[in-house]
Design a protein around this ligand. Structure first.
Ligand SMILES: *[C@@H]1O[C@H](CO)[C@@H](O)[C@H](O)[C@H]1NC(C)=O
Ligand SMILES: *[C@@H]1O[C@H](CO)[C@@H](O)[C@H](O)[C@H]1NC(C)=O
Ligand SMILES: *[C@@H]1O[C@H](CO)[C@@H](O)[C@H](O)[C@H]1NC(C)=O
Ligand SMILES: *[C@@H]1O[C@H](CO)[C@@H](O)[C@H](O)[C@H]1NC(C)=O
Length: 334
């Protein structure tokens, strides 16, 4: 019982001392900059910044990966830089590392994780602050993404079903689908669970699309389908395809299914090509492209020629008739 009050007496000043150290805030604004993603094999630069009050001195800067210390800077000790490579497994570029930065050489995928910088002020405060950031080492895919399951052509109302696959990366790539550069809404897209190679640990991502093709999707007869694969800021690859519109065959009879008015040129082109079914696409493209294309212009001018002839003949007949009518009237009057 007799010792208890003395312990209590001791505790209070210690508490005050700690509180005073906390209040003096010798150390402020400790900030760490850890790259979110680094390509495997590249070097990684990690920065630690801090502010010390005038009456304070730096005691140490320690870097940890997870809970394991791999670098220490202590200005009062010689050498001031200490690297603990064997225990941490981290290869530090000593010549480029100091109190403000540490540089890691040729990072491997097992370098991914949490990095912390611990800054301590010297006596009397020994104020210590630790801040951390996450780094991910990226092993990008070797192959380009691939698109499978596409048809050669689509017509409005068809279902476009395809998969975009990005092979073997770490982490799995993010995939996105766009039509004419507009992202396909999530309800038409299916993200499959990435497939992990148990030996290499690399992952393959698959994103499916299942969307009804609309007439508006075709710009100048083509639908622009894109799949983009990305991994943070490290990797970005786009596969772009222009898929032609498959015009319904019914057009060949001169009736437009999509409600377009068919002019002289279209009608004549299709009539002249009716017998040759294998050329249906050619004629469709011929009139869609422009009137200067040889196919449509030649048959179009042919048609004009015959119409002009018919007009002239009718005109002459009318004149002859009029002259005759007036002649007969004149004769009857006289
Ligand atoms: C990463 O793996 C290599 C080879 O297995 C090993 O030598 C190294 O210590 C590991 N590094 C880390 C940071 O885990
Ligand atoms: C630390 O090293 C880098 C690279 O050599 C250098 O640019 C920087 O000024 C150094 N910082 C300090 C505080 O010495
Ligand atoms: C897309 O991939 C999934 C998963 O591998 C498969 O089940 C599906 O049949 C594929 N779809 C197409 C259109 O290839
Ligand atoms: C994938 O995208 C999400 C959302 O934009 C992002 O948070 C994540 O970091 C990305 N992952 C990769 C591996 O790029």
């Amino acid at each position: 019982m007799g010792t208890l009050p003395s312990v209590m007496d001791l505790r209070l000043p210690i508490l005050w001392l700690l509180l005073a150290a906390e209040l003096s805030v010798g150390l402020r604004n400790v900030r760490v900059t850890v790259p979110t993603a680094v390509r495997r094999g590249d070097s990684a630069h990690l920065y630690c910044e801090y502010e010390l009050e005038d009456n304070e001195r730096l005691y140490s800067i320690k870097w940890y990966k997870g809970k394991r210390e791999f670098f220490r800077y202590t200005p009062q000790v010689h050498p001031s830089v200490q690297v603990f490579s064997t225990v941490s497994g981290i290869d530090v570029e000593r010549s480029l590392s100091n109190e403000s930065q540490v540089v890691m050489r040729a990072v491997e995928t097992n370098y991914s994780g949490k990095y912390s910088c611990e800054v301590s002020a010297d006596a009397p405060s020994f104020h210590t602050i630790i801040v951390s950031g996450d780094m991910e080492v990226v092993d990008p895919p070797i192959e380009q993404p691939s698109v499978t399951g596409l048809q050669a052509r689509y017509r409005p109302g068809d279902i476009l079903r395809a998969n975009c696959t990005s092979h073997n990366s770490k982490p799995a790539a993010n995939l996105t689908w766009t039509i004419n550069d507009v992202p396909i809404p999530p309800q038409y897209v299916k993200l499959y669970r990435p497939i992990k190679d148990s030996y290499t640990g690399l992952e393959t991502s698959i994103l499916g699309v299942n969307v009804m093709v609309a007439h508006d999707h075709f710009v100048q007869g083509k639908l622009k389908l894109k799949c983009a694969a990305s991994i943070h800021q490290i990797y970005h690859e786009v596969i772009e395809q222009f898929i032609p519109e498959d015009r319904p065959r019914i057009l060949a009879t001169g009736v437009s299914a999509s409600g377009h008015s068919i002019n002289l040129y279209q009608g004549s082109v299709h009539e002249s090509e009716l017998t040759d079914q294998s050329d249906a696409y050619l004629t469709v493209n011929g009139y869609k492209a422009d009137k200067s294309s040889p196919l449509s212009s030649s048959s179009g001018s042919l048609q004009i020629d015959s119409y002009v002839k018919v007009c002239w003949v009718t005109f002459y007949i009318c004149i002859i008739c009029t002259v005759m009518v007036y002649s007969i009237r004149y004769l009857m009057v006289t």
